[in-house]
Design a protein around this ligand. Structure first.
Ligand code: ZN
Length: 269
């Protein structure tokens, strides 16, 4: 074998070794980049997402951190939203009259709220007041169609104070219901406040554990216009407390502090 051949082979081997080293280095760099992207991406996703842990009944995340096993005080508003897949576990159909055009999904409520609603309707009837349910539970998807339809038809200004973005509607909790009466054609008009039914509701709903969730002159706090038809179940004690102090659920929750929210004092349960 000549020296030239040996030198050529040596050169070829060295070239192969360099190429191999380069490929290894390239792979290592790529792996590092991928790892970093994954870490960064994973972090940003985690910091913005919510989890609903079925076993502990806790919705957790950066903004929401609420114990759902005590749903009476579950706060859902423009700053506190529910995950898209959050569905109350015990939805039942309250045995009350609904507006004829109320879709089936909207005739459901959380079981405890449903029982309270039946009592409220019965109490109203005893006083000669006849209400109907219009819209109780709404899924994330239903709320989504309502919101975007509203946005298309009425624009942002109107929509933002009358319609919740998907995930931010109390109706998704199963604890809220819109009610109406014959006098206003079973519609959701602010005129409801002046009907016999609307007046009765303002005077008595807390006795059954409900509050008028978006009261008059509280738009700056609740973010919504006066909705005399939207009642929310919070349990009798909280409802009476809110009425007595003339505060909204938003203010009450803030005052309680979200950490302490896990341990709502028993007198409010
Ligand atoms: Zn409503």
């Amino acid at each position: 074998m000549g020296t030239r051949v040996r030198r050529r082979r040596k050169r070829r081997r060295r070239k192969a070794a360099y190429t191999g080293l380069f490929i290894l280095l390239f792979l290592a760099v790529m792996a590092m980049i991928t790892h970093c992207i994954f870490l960064l991406h994973g972090h940003s996703v985690l910091s913005k997402s919510y989890y609903y842990n079925k076993e502990s009944n806790i919705v957790m995340g950066d903004i929401v951190s609420i114990k759902v096993e005590n749903p009476k005080v579950l706060l859902v508003n423009k700053e506190h939203e529910l995950p898209a897949d959050y569905v109350p576990e015990n939805l039942v159909m309250p045995d009350v009259e609904f507006a004829a055009n109320a879709a089936e999904e909207r005739r459901y409520m959380d079981e405890t709220a449903s029982e309270a609603l039946e009592e409220l309707f019965a109490g109203a009837k005893e006083d000669g007041v006849e209400m109907v349910g219009v819209s109780g539970y709404r899924s994330y998807n239903t709320q989504s169609s309502i919101y975007y339809r509203n946005l298309r038809r009425n624009g942002y200004g109107y929509t933002s104070i009358y319609s919740a973005q998907p995930g931010k509607s109390e109706h998704q909790t199963g604890l809220a219901i819109d009610v109406s009466c014959a006098e206003i054609g079973y519609q959701l008009y602010s005129r409801f406040a002046q009907t016999k039914e609307g007046i009765w509701l303002q005077e008595h709903c807390e006795e059954y554990g409900f509050i008028i969730r978006y009261p008059e002159n509280k738009t700056d706090i609740t973010g919504y216009a006066y909705e005399p038809w939207h009642i929310r179940y919070v349990g009798v004690k909280v409802a009476q407390y809110l009425k007595l102090h003339d505060i909204t659920l938003d203010e009450y929750s803030k005052a309680m502090g979200y950490e302490e929210f896990y341990d709502v004092p028993s007198e409010f349960n």
